[in-house]
Design a protein around this ligand. Structure first.
Ligand code: NAP
Ligand code: G4F
Length: 366
């Protein structure tokens, strides 16, 4: 049997890396879209892939940008994918308030570029599309949320993702495109960007333990999320693409906790019990043993509008696809903090090792 071909946008991101690993292990030929950048180390954006044992030669990377429709069309024509996974996005909800126009360009017009390419190239029958829809689209709709919950987005990110969700449904019914919406609740991992709250917390806690940071500054501690593991969720993406007919599915663990509770769990991993003192922007997380302030609230991290409570009901994916998450919040957290503690111990050791060498070499001290 000939190899299946997948084209992944967002291959350098958290989900892209795990999905590439998953598909390679299944014997796929994997193409990925990458943006050119001017990092000092031009391979920096491939770090996540590398950490999962994926080298440049294992996949085929193409320079491009989701906002460039001609580029996307020509890449789809050239790579002839059986499956397109559209994971590229400006994925930070808070940042989407600062850059709403680029969010619409990437997160909505980018999806349109893929759909139009498939339509223009008459690939409806050969190329399936997975769209990375988001629980952020539910916004202020009360929990638990499932496929029938009304959408009420609260951010430019949520609005842009919702427009893409509808584009997928529209091209599915109007042109027969095999397009699926995976409505995914928050999912994390050791590859999560450190601007997202879970990674900021696990890394911050590990840095406090290593003596490299004094306090952890956070925004809204009351927000409640349904946090799963990215590895479970990329498996779910593939399962949706292999269902007989295109449909929309929620993936969620069905458990949630607040940011405050996540902080408590993370500190417990390093043997610290946090007690909370004060309220609102004066609230502090204090080490019960030493009385030291380890967590404080920074109002600059509040969003203009907040999604307060996300808790998913993934009964449909469980019953129709047979999908089950293997990770619960405590297990996701353990996986993340274990990696952060190891990485920071190595970083610290390297710093200590390099310090005397740098001091010797420094022209200032000479
Ligand atoms: P991520 O780590 O932030 O990765 C985003 C990816 O998109 C990166 O590879 C990034 O490339 C790429 N990208 C951004 N703008 C682009 C552009 N204009 N052209 C081409 N590529 C571009 O996000 P993630 O957590 O893996 O999430 C994957 C997808 O699922 C996103 O669409 C996200 O919105 C959605 N989603 C995520 C979650 C979650 O909890 N993780 C939940 C629901 C939905 P660079 O490396 O060049 O920046
Ligand atoms: O980690 P977050 O930035 O994730 P958020 O906003 O829920 O978005 C993530 O999940 C969505 C699915 O629901 C995805 F579609 C999206 O791409 C992304 O992956 O923030 C979680 C909560 C928010 O309520 C935020 O206000 O944590 C709160 N928070 C409190 N302090 C913070 C911080 N968030 C961040 N990023 N940084 C803080 O210091």
């Amino acid at each position: 049997m000939s190899k299946k071909t997948a084209f992944i946008t967002g291959i350098t991101g958290q989900d892209g890396a795990y999905l590439a690993r998953f598909l390679l292990d299944k014997g796929y030929r994997v193409h990925g879209l990458v943006r050119w950048d001017s990092y000092v180390d031009s391979a920096e954006n491939l770090m996540r892939l590398k950490s999962l044992g994926i080298e440049k030669d294992d996949i085929i990377l193409h320079y491009g940008d989701l906002t460039d429709a001609q580029n996307i069309t020509s890449l789809i024509a050239k790579t002839k994918p059986d499956e397109i996974y559209n994971l590229a996005a400006l994925s930070h909800v808070g940042v989407s308030f600062e850059t709403p126009a680029s969010v619409m360009d990437i997160n909505t017009k980018g999806t349109l570029a893929i759909l139009e390419a498939v339509k223009l190239l008459e690939m409806q029958k050969t190329a399936k599309i997975y769209q990375a829809s988001s629980s952020e689209m539910f916004g202020s709709s009360p929990p638990p949320q499932n496929e029938n919950t009304p959408f009420a987005p609260c951010s430019p990110y949520g609005v842009a993702k919702l427009a893409s969700y509808w584009l997928i449904k529209t091209y599915r019914s109007a042109y027969g495109v095999f397009g699926v919406n995976g409505i995914l609740f928050n999912h994390e991992s050791p590859l999560r960007g450190d601007d997202f709250v879970t990674r900021k917390i696990t890394r911050g806690v590990a840095a406090i333990e290593a003596g490299m940071q004094d306090t952890l500054k956070l925004g809204n501690l009351d927000a409640r999320r349904d946090w799963g593991h990215a590895m479970d969720y990329v498996r779910g993406m593939w399962m949706m693409m292999h269902h007989d007919s295109p449909d929309d599915f929620v993936l969620a663990t069905g458990q949630s906790c607040t940011v405050r509770e996540f902080v408590e769990l993370a500190f417990r991993e390093i043997g610290i019990t946090i007690i909370w003192k004060g309220a609102g922007i004066k609230e502090k997380g204090v080490d019960r043993e030493t009385g030291k302030v380890l967590v404080s609230v920074d109002p600059a991290l509040f969003r203009p509008k907040e999604v307060h409570y996300l808790l998913g009901n993934s009964t449909k994916a469980r019953e129709v696809l047979g999908w089950r998450p293997q990770y619960t919040i405590p297990l996701v957290l353990k996986d993340m903090i274990k990696t952060d503690r190891t990485e920071l111990r190595i970083e610290k050791a390297l710093e200590e090792y390099n310090e005397p060498i740098l001091a010797k070499k420094s022209p200032i001290s000479a």
